[in-house]
Design a binder for this molecule. Structure first.
Ligand code: ADP
Ligand code: ZN
Length: 623
């Protein structure tokens, strides 16, 4: 590596300065230095008892117990002089010859300082138990747990779908050979997508724990350095380490720090980051067929990742680790309350209800704070009051502004999502509800997820109903509150896009016929449009889009007005439970009771199909 990181140069410079200062001071002898001529006078006067000759330096001991002093001869002391001194009854000692190196006085302090710096870096590193990452800037800073982590799936509350999907990976890591023999293709890269603190690291560690394999953790930001090549070298080193410990899991937190789209930066992008990302891609592709390393990465922003990272054979599998709903929160509280003495009055289910928006890390933090509060008062048990006060503290915490969901926000969201869900349920050609939730995800306050359909072709009726479903959130708001919110922005974009494409691309509007007004080229980084129509047509298209949306809006308004009672019921249940799966949703719509309370203790085995992070827009281009 011919380039060193900036901070290393700085440290070296300081070291050299210190060493220089050292060598200056070691050249001077502060105590009792005497001019050579004065020393000669002393010898003449017979006041010298002993001389230690050390090269040109003379250590002089006077007679009658005077203070010893130093002096320097102009040249080497020859034997004649020594004989003369001997005649004067002066004891003359000659120091053993030193292999004098002029650099030595300089080098020794330098080495000392270097050693100090080394020790400093050794400890400021991640105290890696193997210790092999010390002293080198190009080594990865990965934390290697050679012993498999103790965490297991039992320690991960909720996230049933994610666990279900990850079981396959556990099986593979347990006996890779079996899978290789079958020629099965195992994903190398798994991307865990979810907000900070939702348990991505936790679940990745649990996978390693279940499979009993080492867990090698690094963070994307470890690879971001100012100097070209350092990040790439660290990536290489990370994978080298992994190969030594295979089968194992590499976990890269905050992968977006290195994995951002290339070439996007102003002024040609960032050379160093591109190199690092390229190296990561090379390493991902470079696994041999029979390797048994699984790379898991976490991010909150899959949208900013370079598309190359998501290609098949790399991070081609995405698993959502969402913020927990009320049931999930209760389970997490139970897990972390183990071993903490709780008072009689503590009701974790109630606490879970009062902490919407909290992720696993917040809940863990909450219990800790509560324990501290109790301990400070010298109490033996944590009370409900402690827990509630701790919840307030966590909300007040500096980084937690996003947690503060007002009751009003939640209500609006509940009706909005209930509106989408009911439209999807009652409109004949719309995709049915797979899940509806008011747990925030990304910038969405909640979402209704339609069940996946297998058809490649979209019929006109289905598209029309889909537009109606998209508008239904806003319609529900209109119907219930005397005001509307910004929450429908994305819905409008989606509805407008569908309506426009029905007219300009899919020939589904009688007035416009089967003309392709717009050609959509799908390039790698998203599409661009070529418009092929006149100004006048543009205006007519706008009008037709508007009319289509208005018609669907009115259709849904009528539907939801008729079903207002059901809308209320679904919204209230959502406020209570936050998430409803397909079956629960239908029960609520039909007015049947749900099983009494969120069952918390034995985690419910939900038999939902494994879920991937949904694309924002349905992929309609298909054919
Ligand atoms: P992320 O990696 O998503 O930022 P972490 O995995 O670091 O979040 O989670 C922080 C802490 O929160 C973990 O140490 C864990 O104790 C706790 N936690 C998060 N999610 C869960 C969960 N589902 N079950 C139990 N504990 C959780
Ligand atoms: Zn909506």
């Amino acid at each position: 590596m011919n380039r060193l990181p900036f901070n290393l140069w700085f440290v070296l410079l300081v070291a050299i300065l210190i060493a220089w200062a050292f060598s200056l001071t070691s050249g001077q002898q502060p105590v009792g230095q005497v001019a050579y001529t004065n020393f000669l006078n002393e010898v003449e006067a017979g006041r010298v008892a002993k001389i230690l000759v050390d090269g040109r330096q003379l250590n002089v001991t006077p007679k009658d117990g005077g203070e010893p002093y130093l002096t320097f001869a102009p040249g080497p002391i020859d034997t004649t002089t020594i004989r003369e001194w001997g005649e004067k009854k002066i004891v003359v000692e000659i120091a053993p010859p030193r292999r004098e190196n002029p650099m030595l006085g300089f080098l020794i302090p330098l080495l000392l300082v270097g050693l100090l710096i080394g020790i400093f870096f050794f400890f400021s590193r991640n105290r890696s138990p193997s210790g092999d990452s010390a002293f080198s800037f190009t080594k990865s800073r990965a934390r290697v747990l050679t012993e498999a982590p103790k965490t297991s799936f039992k320690d991960v509350a909720g996230c049933e779908e994610a666990k279900e999907e990850l079981k396959e990976i556990v099986e593979f890591l347990k006996s890779p050979a079996r899978f290789h023999e079958m020629g099965a293709r195992i994903p190398k890269g798994v991307l865990l997508v979810g907000p900070p603190g939702s348990g991505k690291t936790h679940i990745a560690r649990a996978v390693a724990g279940e499979a009993k394999v080492p867990f090698i953790a690094a963070s994307g930001s470890d690879f971001v350095e100012m100097f070209v090549g350092v990040g790439a070298a660290r990536v290489r080193d990370l994978f080298e380490t992994a190969k030594r410990h295979a089968p194992c899991i590499i976990f890269i937190d905050e992968i977006d720090a290195v994995g951002r789209r290339r070439g996007g930066g102003v002024g040609g992008g960032n050379d160093e980051r591109e190199q690092t990302l390229n190296q990561l891609l090379v390493e991902l592709d470079g696994f041999e067929k029979e390797s048994s390393i699984i790379v898991m990465a976490a991010t909150n922003r899959p949208d900013v990742l370079d598309p190359a990272l998501l290609r098949p054979g790399r991070f081609d599998r995405q698993i959502a680790i969402d913020a927990p709903d009320v049931r999930g929160r209760e389970q997490i509280l139970r897990i972390h309350a183990k071993g903490k003495p709780l008072a009689e009055d503590v009701d974790l289910a109630l606490l879970a209800k009062r902490t919407p928006g909290f992720v696993g890390a917040d809940l863990e933090n909450l219990l800790n704070e509560a324990a501290l509060l109790a301990a400070r008062d010298g109490r033996k048990k944590i009370t409900m009051k402690d827990l509630e006060e701790a919840a307030d503290r966590v909300i007040m915490g500096p980084a937690k502004k996003s947690l503060v969901l007002s009751q009003k926000d939640r209500e609006v969201t509940a009706y909005h999502e209930a509106g989408h869900a009911l439209a999807a349920h009652f409109l004949e050609h719309a995709d049915k509800v797979h899940k509806v939730t008011i747990v925030p995800r990304g910038r969405a306050m909640g979402f209704m997820m339609p069940s996946r359909q297998d058809t490649l072709h979209w019929s006109k009726k289905r598209l029309t109903d889909q537009i109606a479903v998209a508008l239904a959130g806003r319609v529900a708001e209109e119907l219930i509150f005397d005001d509307v919110t910004t929450g429908a922005e994305n819905d409008f974009r989606q509805a407008t896009d569908l309506a426009r494409r029905m007219i300009t691309e899919w020939g589904m509007h009688p007035e416009f016929g089967m003309v392709a007004y717009q050609v959509r080229e799908d390039t790698y980084l998203g599409g661009y449009d070529t418009r092929q129509y006149s100004e006048d047509t543009a205006r007519r298209i706008d009008e037709a889009v508007q009319k289509l949306l208005q018609e669907q809006h009115d259709k849904v308004l009528q539907l939801l007005s008729e079903k207002k009672e059901v809308l209320e019921r679904v919204a209230r249940t959502l406020l209570e439970r936050e998430t409803l799966n397909a079956e629960e949703f239908v029960r609520v719509v039909e007015g049947e009771p749900l099983e009494s309370e969120p069952a918390a203790e034995p985690p419910k085995e939900e038999k939902e199909p494994p879920r991937v992070v949904p694309k924002v827009k349905p992929n309609l281009g298909g054919a």
